[in-house]
Design a protein around this ligand. Structure first.
Ligand code: CA
Length: 592
């Protein structure tokens, strides 16, 4: 028996590709090193752009599946992951905080890790995971019980495991971590999830080898930061933009992780909705009260110093937020007219372009979805929205029974003109490819008080489609003008990531199960493949043994079936799943 086990272990070892350590140079140059993907976003500015062009708009029609891998078990639900690839091994995170190492040549499993979640976790929006990051011999990912885990990439053994927050208070984690260098050495940077439970958003930076905290920056004013085990500075100024004690459970979950701009050495994170949703309880319903109800730094993009965790600058996309327009969506760095800029497509329906070399100064803000109701426009000088005051959900205190404020119909819905699903930027076309949705909501406010571990909304809502024939809308947007150059309309809401390549292709998937390739310049659909379940994952591409490969996770889920109101009913027929699909060209087309 003993001999048999060692023989099997030896066979498994022999089949495992040799793994070289991931260096900080690998991370810094992830976009240009086309044989690997070791960061979220295929590069830390999150462009999701690959210089590979073996697969291109002329031959993409010939692409076929090389293999598929099942994430198995009884547990399926949403598969929102972005796979990583290093030295012939693919690393995939699955729903319920699982990770798999897969041999890219054969599609066979090398190891599997299951975080064995406790009872009583409180994920708001499905049991998803959005990916991992690698450094040295380790691979890191966050789990639904709000832990950060470092695994040995070769064996899947746990190296260390650290607590991000108390899951019983509503903290959880789903985003891919970010690795940056600092004067303290490499740091692994995470945010937190739980904005619907009155948690306090924070950004945390840990030593990559030990997991020990180096700095911590809460993103709600009044809370103290931490540096090397000591208190550092207060975030903002106590009660400058928050009334009373509301900041203590003020939300601002940093739940989508962040990007890093090397040129300005800046970490860029987003903070979610202020809590509770009922803005009147946060003074945000009183436009005459100066900036008292702005509720910093919720619904903001925040630029942080990697050495100290101090806030360098911020931009609040939705001050006085009252529609659950989280400010978390990814900030994508890119070059425009010789300057380092960043773009972000907000839940609130506006596409913002900011100047990274000038403290995020607003360069443009244009609607990227139709019929936005809550603001007329964004003032480019002050950066503040020109609010439509009538479109703020009413104060329940004004109702006769004090229980339900005025119901309003707001666009976009709280699931956003764009939600978590990442856009892509092509260095060839200069366009952003934005997976958006056209929908609105009935929303009203109700009274609420904070209770640990309980939903902290003070609001009710129903999401409704705006148009009969489609909700999803993949748009090619010119960051210089904010104009939509082309649009692909999809019946169900889009919830998957986008990738673009130097082959002038744009890839994304649909809840209906199709994984699609579009012409990056014209938007013409060139190729489509039915993956068997809804695609809400994030596509990747890499090169191995002279072949270009493309992969995406399939597995319907995420927030839409759980929170989508009338829209959820229209997509009820979609089946769950859990698989990774890998595509390539036949040899005769791959040679060029
Ligand atoms: Ca939220």
């Amino acid at each position: 028996m003993r001999i048999l086990i060692s023989a099997m272990a030896l066979a498994a070892f022999a089949a495992t590709p040799a793994l070289a350590e991931v260096t900080m140079d690998d991370i810094a140059n992830d976009q240009s090193i086309t044989t690997q993907i070791v960061t979220n976003g295929m590069g830390r500015d999150l462009q999701r752009y690959s210089p590979l062009k073996k697969i291109n708009r002329h031959n993409v029609k010939k692409m076929y599946p090389a293999w598929a891998f099942s994430l198995g078990g009884e547990k399926q639900r949403g598969q929102e992951t972005q796979p990583l690839v290093k030295d012939g091994v693919m690393y995939v995170t699955g729903s319920y905080s699982r990770m798999y190492a897969i041999d890219v040549k054969t599609g066979e499993e090398i190891w599997q890790y299951d975080a064995r979640l406790p009872e009583g976790i409180l994920p708001c929006c499905d049991v998803v995971n959005r990916g991992a990051v690698m450094l040295g011999e380790n691979i890191y990912f966050g789990t639904l019980d709000a832990k950060l885990v470092a695994l040995n990439a070769k064996t899947g053994d746990v190296v260390w495991r650290k607590k991000i927050g108390d899951y019983k208070a509503g903290y959880s984690y789903t985003a891919a971590p970010l690795i940056v260098d600092s004067k303290h050495g490499p740091l692994i940077v995470t945010g937190n999830s739980g904005g619907e439970f009155g948690i306090v958003g924070a950004v945390e930076a840990r030593n990559t080898e030990t997991g020990d905290m180096v700095w911590r920056r809460p993103v709600i004013e009044g809370h103290m930061g931490e540096l090397l085990g000591e208190e550092s500075t207060m975030t903002g100024e106590l009660n400058a933009t928050w009334p009373g004690d509301m900041w203590k459970s003020g939300g601002g979950a940093t739940w989508l992780g962040g990007s890093y701009d090397a040129k300005t050495n800046t970490i860029l994170m987003g903070a979610g909705n202020p809590a509770p949703w009922n803005s009147h309880l946060r003074n945000a319903g009183e436009p005459t009260d100066g900036h008292k109800g702005d509720n910093l730094y919720a619904a903001s993009r925040i630029a942080l110093d990697p050495d100290t965790g101090e806030i360098k600058w911020h931009y609040q996309t939705t001050p006085r937020e009252g529609w659950d327009y989280d400010g978390v969506n990814e900030v994508v760095g890119f070059d425009m007219d010789g300057k380092r800029m960043a773009a972000t497509a907000d839940r609130n329906g506006f596409f913002y372009v900011m100047d990274l070399e000038n403290e995020g100064k607003l360069h443009g803000a244009t609607p990227f979805v139709k019929d936005i109701s809550w603001a007329e426009s964004i003032d480019l000088e002050t950066g503040r929205p020109n609010f439509v005051e009538d479109n703020r959900p009413g104060n329940p205190a004004d109702a006769a029974d004090g229980k339900k404020g005025n119901v309003i119909f707001a666009v976009p819905s709280f699931l956003g003109g764009k939600n978590w699903q990442p856009m892509a930027y092509s260095q060839r076309t200069g366009l952003f490819y934005v997976p958006s949705n056209e929908w609105g909501m009935d929303i009203w406010n109700e009274p609420i008080t904070y209770k640990k571990g309980a939903a902290y909304l003070g609001a009710g809502f129903t999401i409704k489609p705006l148009f009969e024939d489609y909700i999803g809308s993949l748009k090619a947007i010119d960051p210089k003008t904010g104009e939509t150059v082309w649009e692909y309309k999809n019946k169900a809401p889009l919830w998957g990531g986008v990738m673009t390549t130097a082959g002038d292709l744009v890839f994304t998937g649909t809840p209906e199960g199709q994984f699609k390739a579009f012409d990056a310049k014209s938007g013409e659909e060139l190729w489509s493949f039915q993956t068997g379940s809804g695609v809400v994952g994030q596509p990747i591409t890499w090169e191995q043994d002279g072949q270009q490969y493309i992969a995406v996770a399939s597995g319907w889920g995420g927030a839409v079936p759980l929170w989508g109101g009338e829209v959820a009913k229209t997509v009820k027929y979609l089946n769950q799943g859990g698989s990774i699909w890998v595509f390539r060209l036949p040899d005769e087309y791959a040679a060029n």
